[in-house]
Write a protein that binds this ligand. Structure first.
Ligand SMILES: Cc1ncc(COP(=O)(O)O)c(C=O)c1O
Length: 389
């Protein structure tokens, strides 16, 4: 075969899908696996949203739309950003995408050139590093430390800025640690970006998924008009991962260029999905507090359970639906521990290193499962360590 492109040789995938494949292979062999590797809510899309999508198909909303999305949804996003972030973006700043992920990919393609530097959290969502690597830019990781509750420290960002820094990626609430950054920290990072004339990409996919605290967006500072880009979506808090629906709020000049990225690559987001999105944003919102109440109970249960396992130490995160226990005292590496859990306890969790080198010594558990499964997993893990003593 002739050589593939440089980009093709540098883009990389996600370990979550690999672990899922391993777990499914074990299931085919008749083993019973408890799943903690999957990054999606264990609830179905609320009925009012699903019905709106079905009705849209019946109403023949199955055609191409403008590449940046239907006006009705862009207007709903405008109201939503005003309600949740406290500023009203112009309609020209708003773009609809099939999931949040394309928002990351296209933003980075529109901002970053080969040789530029991208600052992002580590451990962090793999798409940031993979896209940086695809572009041939330099990956500049900011370690998220347990001592700082896994929050990004603005000083660590400041220290890493060079004349080549083009973009800072922020993700709060965060995957994989569940950390939520403070308003003060986010304001400080927005100031640093302004001082050095750098873009900020703010991945806020878990914005409505916080406990005991509130989400804050660094895009408030310039209202996404100059250098900040707000990305959010419907996947997590409306349990719509498979629908593929997200939105971006960007400076107008960038939005104009992004439009051509969309025309060239995807044409548009599915029309009926967008109508389901209108219902999600404008219809009954009671699903979210109900889901979060359940998640809080599960968080408390899994934190307590993991902390009762010798060698495990787990903080209680303030957002998303992940915990990131420290497993260093087991004497195993992240990968060894994840494999041990999968093969000896039938518990599928991700090694922290799936989210970058600073994830070494940790595991990620998604607690989007039942309380019974959480209890059973803790029991099985304890037994597996006893059996292999
Ligand atoms: C931090 C973060 N950003 C983006 C995404 C992807 O969102 P979507 O499914 O809407 O593309 C995820 C999904 O796991 C995520 O954890």
């Amino acid at each position: 075969m002739p050589e593939l492109s440089n980009g093709a040789n540098h883009i990389y995938g996600e370990a979550a899908f690999e672990v899922l494949a391993k777990a499914q292979e074990l299931e085919r062999q008749g083993k019973h696996i408890l799943h903690f590797e999957i990054g999606e809510p264990d609830m179905e899309t609320p009925d009012n949203i699903a019905k709106a999508g079905i009705q849209a198909i019946r109403d023949k909303k199955t055609h191409y739309t403008p590449s940046i999305g239907i006006l009705e949804l862009r207007k709903a996003v405008q109201d939503e950003v005003e309600k949740t972030r406290g500023y009203r973006p112009d309609l020209e700043q708003i773009i609809i995408t099939p999931g949040l992920k394309p928002g990351i990919f296209f933003s980075m393609l529109a901002i970053v050139d080969t040789g530029d530097e991208v600052i992002y959290p580590d451990p962090g969502y793999p798409t940031y590093g993979s896209t940086t690597s695809f572009i041939g830019a330099k990956k500049v990781m900011v370690p998220l430390l347990e001592e700082n509750d896994f929050r990004m420290n603005p000083n660590d960002i400041r220290e890493r800025i060079t004349s080549k820094t083009k973009l800072i990626v922020i993700n709060s609430p965060q995957n994989p640690t569940g950390s939520v950054m403070t308003k003060k920290e986010l304001e400080e990072i927005a100031e640093i970006a302004e001082e050095h004339d750098i873009f900020i990409l703010s991945d806020e996919i878990y914005s409505k998924m916080t406990y005991e605290t509130r989400h804050y967006s660094p895009t408030v500072r310039d209202e996404a008009k100059e250098r900040t880009i707000l990305l959010d979506g419907f996947s997590k808090y409306y349990a719509m991962t498979g629908w593929r629906l997200g939105f971006m709020v960007t400076p107008v000049k960038m939005a104009e260029r992004l439009k051509d990225f969309l025309v060239t690559s995807i044409s548009c987001t599915a029309e009926f999905t967008q109508w389901a999105g209108v219902e999600a944003l404008t219809g009954d919102q009671s699903f979210i507090p109900r889901m979060m109440k359940r998640f809080k109970e599960k968080r408390d249960r899994i934190v307590k359970g993991l902390n009762s396992i010798p060698g495990f130490n787990c903080l209680s995160p303030k957002g998303a639906f992940y915990v990131f226990p420290n497993i260093k005292e087991t004497g195993m590496s992240s990968q060894e521990c994840a494999d041990h859990l999968l093969y000896n306890a039938g518990v599928a969790a991700l090694p922290g290193t799936a989210f970058g080198p600073y994830g070494e010594g940790y595991l990620r558990f998604s607690y989007a499962t039942t309380l019974e499964n959480i209890d059973e997993a803790v029991k099985r893990i304890k037994k597996s360590f006893k059996d292999t003593e």
